[in-house]
Design a protein around this ligand. Sequence first.
Ligand code: NAD
Length: 296
Amino acid sequence: MELLDGKKVSKSVKDALKLETARLRSLQLRAPHLAAILIGHDGASETYVASKIKNCEETGFLSSLIRLPVEVSEKEVLDTIGQLNKRDDIDGILVQLPLPVHVSEQQVINSIDPAKDVDGFHPVSTGKMVQGMPTFIPATPYGIMLMLEYYGIPTIGKHAVVIGRSNIVGRPISILLSQQGTYANCTVTLCHSRTTNLKEICSGADIIVAALGKPGFLTADMVKENAVVIDVGITRVADDSKKSGFALKGDVDFIRVAPKCSYITPVPGGVGLMTIAALLKNTFNAYLLRTQGDTN
Ligand code: NAD
């Protein structure tokens, strides 16, 4: 069994971006600039946004954090995005999810300029992704694809099972794995809460992507020998032994599943770190497209 080390892979992605950004700065060009909107004070959202901002700084990117109160109106959120859309010095805009119930996620996503849609959630980005056109790929699936490539994991003709059909993880990774490409070309089964024979489907899988948000859901009896297991789940579970009072748990029963796998991602230290690296890559590409009309 080999661990798919998100720390190592994300570092290699970030190091390359850092070098490119330093090169831009040496040419007196500005650095890529990510704007993040955070509504309210949800603990997990605060942590995710802080990490995104910190990673921007470490890579040499510019970042702006726009905080809005939880009672902000939908119109105010849309107006804020409208202003960021117009600003020439901002390349990428993300709105940290989830949103308060009175603010429509779809309205918010639709209002982001597709040229700055570095989370890849806009319908224009989704449409292009489905058609295999160059676009912003949602950061978590993009990060998983970068990881498969880094470790040279054989995927062609393999049976990949994705558990979870959300627009931000499950559905896009199912599409990416099914497309043509050296680290794709899988036969994909997309499972969800209404799938009836999940254990049977998973047992035949060469690759399993677990993205449902249920700690320890994927057990050893659902996984065949030498499978590749990608654990996307991140759930905060109460843990008095931790200073924070919680531990992060993945969707995989790691202790029992890992010995059966050829490769597996840990939680934490796996897909989560890749998500941030992929977001930075999207931001860099947005910068290139907006300033030079090209991507590397
Ligand atoms: P979501 O709640 O939007 O979707 C969950 C999906 O799981 C749904 O499609 C549902 O049909 C499916 N599901 C639920 N119960 C199921 C069951 N018993 N059997 C089969 N399918 C079932 O969640 P999401 O936003 O896709 O996130 C999933 C998990 O991934 C969460 O733990 C989330 O925190 C985590 N996540 C991690 C990262 C990262 O960077 N690592 C990024 C995004 C989400």
